[in-house]
Design a protein around this ligand. Structure first.
Ligand code: PLP
Length: 369
């Protein structure tokens, strides 16, 4: 290892997802069901608004907390959703930026951050970067929240509980009862609650219940990345208690400075674009993929949102890593579950791909089963 590098190597392991992407680049016509972003193009009027902003020379720094029209429009939307006038909001560099600022603002060295396994890959890494200790709660086999397990995991060092619903990688959506229970538990133990709602518009069976509805201290992070196919733009937001948002604003000044300025104007235009037609399309694909997987004999906990499913690898394989290696030999790109989990028993399959690709993938998965 280069002597200049930090010793905390667990934080800097090259992500397994990226390894699959590198492989994908080498295959001529891969069946790519590893994708973590929408396959529809960004809306034309949104692109035009960003181009107009660039041409109008809105290319300098913006206010740290975001351009006022975007911040005010988002605040208005949050007020309509939650009716909590004291919430404050900051525009961030995507949800990742919001997560980084939130953990830096809230976690002291040694603090414990509870998350749910399987978890989004950034959570343990960001917790570690903030000096915290990630405490994963096992949610196998159905990926439901077990409140008794959460309560048992709370110690006097617990600072924060991280919820991601709909979940990456499982697509599972927490029920209103689960969310309310978690929100009340956090309040009872005076533990912070952070809700990553980046897949909020992609809920197919029932609208997302945000814990912020039941616990007004909840910090919510979200973005335009997935909703409007703008993952490369890096425009997101966070809303929550005023003091937490103020601290995050200060930290944004010292790190990301501001979300990309002209793209914030594009994001403002995105707020007028309904993405329901895309959500409807993803619902159809979800139904098709899950039916196909179950028909082939796979066990799949019902994914109610996002664009992922997280099936169990058939028993004849020693691990998900071995199973995924065999899938890749057949040009099918999926992600082994151990990237997101202490278990190496499941795989993430994305349906942010056309029906034809999904059908080609199902064919390989039938062979492998
Ligand atoms: N949170 C979750 C659960 C995600 O799946 C992702 C991206 O895959 C992010 C956050 C990062 O979002 P952004 O691209 O807005 O930084």
């Amino acid at each position: 290892m280069h002597p200049w590098l930090a010793q905390r190597t667990e934080l800097f392991d090259s992500s397994g997802i990226r390894k699959v992407f590198d492989l994908a680049a080498k295959l001529e016509n891969p069946i790519n069901l590893s994708i973590g972003q929408p396959d529809f193009p960004a809306p034309q009027e949104v692109k035009q608004a960003a181009i107009d902003a660039i041409n109008a020379d809105k290319n300098g720094y913006s206010l740290t907390q975001g351009i006022p029209p975007l911040r005010e429009a988002l605040e208005q939307q949050v007020r309509e959703d939650l009716g909590q006038p004291d919430r404050r909001l900051i525009v961030t560099s995507g949800t990742s930026g919001a997560l980084a600022l939130a953990l830096l603002a809230m976690v002291d060295p040694g603090d414990e951050v509870i998350g749910f396994d399987p978890y989004f890959v950034m959570y343990p890494a960001l917790t570690g970067m903030a000096g915290g200790v990630f405490v994963p709660i096992d949610t196998y086999p159905d990926f439901r929240l077990d409140l008794a397990k959460v309560e048992a995991a709370i110690t006097d060092r617990t600072k924060l509980i991280l919820l991601n619903s709909p979940s990456n990688p499982s697509g599972v959506v927490a029920t209103e009862d689960e969310v309310r229970g978690l929100a009340e538990l956090a309040a009872k133990h005076n533990v912070a609650l952070l809700s990553d709602e980046i897949y909020r518009p992609f809920c197919y069976d029932a609208p997302l219940a945000s814990p912020a509805r039941f616990n007004d201290q909840t910090l919510v992070v979200d973005a335009f990345s997935k909703s409007h196919a703008l993952t490369g733009w890096r425009v997101g937001w966070a809303h929550g208690p005023a003091e937490v948002i103020e601290k995050m604003t200060m930290l944004q000044q010292y790190t990301f400075v501001c979300a990309p300025h002209p793209l914030q104007w594009g994001a403002l235009a995105a707020m007028d674009v309904s993405i329901q037609p895309y959500a409807d399309k993803y619902r159809e694909r979800r139904d098709h993929l899950v039916a196909g997987l179950r028909d082939a004999g796979y066990t799949v906990p019902q994914p109610g949102g996002a664009f992922y499913a997280f099936p169990k690898v058939p028993a004849k394989y020693a691990s998900a890593t071995e199973f995924v290696a065999q899938a890749i030999e057949r040009e099918l790109l999926i992600i082994p579950g151990n990237i997101f989990s202490a278990h190496d028993s499941h795989f993430r399959i994305s349906y942010a791909a056309g029906m034809e690709t999904i059908d080609r993938g199902l064919e390989v998965l039938r062979e492998l089963a």
